[in-house]
Design a protein around this ligand. Structure first.
Ligand code: ACM
Length: 264
C-alpha cells in the first residue's frame, strides 16, 4: 500500500486558495498511486491566528462545510483516503483544531478528531478535543489520527496503537525541532507506521520546520521532507509489519506491558 504526506505552505486565512493548492498536490500523490494521503494541520486556514474572532471567521462545521466537502470530493475522484487538519466550529460556536478523514465509499465522510493537546497560543482560540483518540478502519489498514503537539504525549500514540492502529496519521504545523527525530521512536515503541505531514513557511514571524516524516515500525525513516520546500513524499509500506508486536521469540511489546506498575 502506498502512503503519502503533502508538505505545503498554507496561506493564512485564504481558505479557497489553500484548497486549490492542496488539490494540485493530492492529484500528484494520487497519480503516483498513494492510497492514504495526509495533509498538514490547519491546511486550509493557516495557523498563527491573532484573535479568536479571526478563527471564528473561517472555521467551518464538520462535515457540513466547504473543506470537508472538498476532501470528500477529492477522495471520491481519486479513490483514496485523506486525513487533513482544519479549523472546526461546532453548532454552539465552539472552536476545535480538528482533522477530517474522508474516503471514496458511501458518503465519503468517515469521521473527525479534535486535537486533545493544544500547543501554546492555540489555547487562546480552541477548546481542547473532547472526542478521544479514534482508529478508523479503511479496509487496507487501521488508521489512528492525532495532531501535531499530541506527539509530545506518548500516551496519545500508545492509545491509538493499543486500539489497533497500523498507521498513525499526524497532520502537523511543527515549530519545535524535535518531532522528526522523535516520531521514528514513537513508531518503534508502538510497532506502527507514522505519517507526519508538516507545513513549511512563516506566518507573522513564526517559522515552521518542514521535515515531514514517514517512519516504520523499526524506527526507519522511510521518507523525509526538506526544511522549506512544498513536496509530496510517497512510500510503499507493508501494513502487516505493524501487526506483529513481537521483537523476538520471547518478547511481545504489547503483551509484555505491566500497566499495574505504571502511573496514570
Ligand atoms: C503544534 O502543535 N502545532 C506545534
Amino acid at each position: 500500500m502506498k502512503v503519502a504526506y503533502i508538505q505545503m505552505e498554507p496561506r493564512l486565512l485564504e481558505v479557497h486558495k489553500n484548497l486549490s493548492r492542496a488539490e494540485r498536490f493530492i492529484k500528484d500523490a494520487a497519480r503516483e498511486g498513494a492510497k492514504l494521503i495526509v495533509l498538514p494541520e490547519l491546511f486550509d486556514t493557516g495557523y498563527n491566528f491573532e484573535s479568536r474572532e479571526e478563527v471564528e471567521g473561517i472555521a467551518q462545521q464538520i462535515p457540513d462545510g466547504d473543506t470537508t466537502e472538498f476532501l470528500v470530493e477529492q477522495a471520491r475522484e481519486h479513490e483514496i483516503f485523506i486525513v487533513a487538519g482544519t479549523a472546526e466550529k461546532d453548532e454552539m460556536g465552539k472552536l476545535y483544531n480538528s482533522a477530517v478523514i474522508a474516503g471514496p465509499l458511501g458518503s465519503g465522510y468517515i469521521g473527525k478528531y479534535r486535537k486533545i493537546h493544544l500547543f501554546y497560543r492555540e489555547k487562546l482560540f480552541f477548546e481542547p478535543g473532547n472526542l478521544g483518540f479514534h482508529v478508523f478502519n479503511i479496509g487496507m489498514a487501521k488508521v489512528g489520527v492525532m495532531i501535531c503537539f499530541d506527539w509530545f504525549f506518548p500516551e496519545a500514540m500508545r492509545t491509538l496503537a493499543l486500539k489497533g492502529a497500523d498507521i498513525i496519521a499526524h497532520p502537523s504545523n511543527l515549530v519545535m525541532p524535535y518531532a522528526p527525530r522523535a516520531m521514528p521512536i514513537r513508531a518503534l515503541e508502538n510497532r506502527v507506521f507514522s505519517i507526519t505531514a508538516n507545513r513549511v513557511g512563516e506566518e507573522r514571524g513564526l517559522r515552521f520546520i518542514g521535515k515531514s516524516t514517514i517512519a516504520s515500525p523499526r524506527a526507519e525513516v522511510l521518507a523525509m521532507g526538506s526544511e522549506e520546500g512544498e513536496e509530496v513524499g510517497i512510500v510503499e509500506i507493508n501494513v502487516e509489519e505493524a501487526r506483529n508486536k513481537r521483537i523476538n521469540e520471547l518478547n511481545d511489546i504489547f503483551k509484555d506491558r505491566r500497566p499495574g506498575f505504571y502511573f496514570v
